[in-house]
Design a protein around this ligand. Structure first.
Ligand code: IPD
Ligand code: CA
Length: 274
């Protein structure tokens, strides 16, 4: 018997959250672009959270806007944000207000807002917006993935010598680990790049621009929306939410099916058995 606390959300309840997520991608994007326009003109102020880990005033403003808007619409839902933190809840939102902050604060238009909605530990809704390019990615579990409302699919790439992946890096792990795995991926003949936004890196896998995204440690706000996009676009992903993934992060691997097994072996990030 299903108890009230185990009950799934109705499709109407998910529809309401989908509408809010779509609206937030637009309104949060406008706040981010206001900050972006003021770069180099006395704002926004940039501070450091750690080595190569930047925080701008705009990150905080965007997260506050998203947090308050969700709390007003769905006071019963939980919230976890990159800047303000939060706690696990049965229904919860996981938000990165600006992913790619190092790009944002340098005036490089490769950054995004990433919003995921989870229920009972499963990602139901994922949205990613790059307000500088005008690209909005959206997925709902079981209903496919879109970029600016057009359906997207992962690439059909099967040969490593024509594949391109993004292999993310952060100062959270020793460089030696990254370099070992990077060497193994290069040995396959893969072209490796690093663009500074894990969320957009995953969105690019979903729409076939890239054949894979891997990172040895990433946080849930960086990747949950992107992982739903990749799955809904026909790609293969690791079980990121395994163990403490939601609150403490985990490795991430998402790829086109034709190169997924090889990338899993080279990066050492296991994929679920078929
Ligand atoms: C970072 C970016 C980067 C990834 C790091 C993240 P931030 O987030 O997504 O691409 O490699 O793991 O921490 O600092 O730009 O929000
Ligand atoms: Ca981030």
């Amino acid at each position: 018997m299903t108890t009230a606390s185990e009950a799934p959300l109705s499709s109407e309840e998910l529809d309401e959250r989908e509408r809010l997520c779509r609206a937030l991608l637009g309104s949060a994007g406008r706040i981010a672009m206001d900050g972006y326009a003021k770069l180099g003109a006395g704002g926004p102020v940039v501070t450091m959270k750690g080595p190569q880990d930047f925080l701008t005033e705009t990150d905080g403003q965007v997260e506050e806007h998203i947090r308050k808007t969700i709390a007003a619409a769905f006071p019963q839902d939980g919230f976890l944000g990159e800047e303000g933190g939060g706690a696990e809840a049965k229904s919860m939102w996981v938000v990165d207000p600006i992913d790619g902050t190092a790009n944002f604060m340098r005036g490089i238009p490769h950054f995004c807002i990433s919003i995921a909605f989870l229920h009972s530990g499963r990602v139901e809704i994922g949205g990613i917006a790059n307000p500088a390019s005008g690209e909005i990615y959206f997925a709902r579990r079981g209903r496919g993935a879109t970029r600016n409302d057009r359906e997207i699919r992962v690439a059909d790439t099967r040969a490593f010598d024509r594949s391109m992946i993004e292999f993310g890096w952060s100062s959270r792990l020793p460089n030696s680990q990254y370099l070992d795995r990077l060497a193994a991926v290069w040995e396959l003949g893969v072209n490796v790049r690093r663009s500074g936004s894990g969320a957009l890196g995953l969105a690019y896998v979903a729409d076939g621009r890239s054949d894979g995204y891997a990172e040895l440690h990433i946080n849930s706000w960086d990747c949950l929306a992107g992982l739903l996009l990749v799955r809904e676009a026909g790609g293969v992903c690791n079980d990121f939410l395994d163990g403490e993934g939601l609150m403490n992060g985990n490795p991430v691997l998402a790829a086109a099916p034709g190169v997924a097994a090889g990338l899993s072996q080279a990066t050492g990030i296991p994929l679920p058995a078929d």
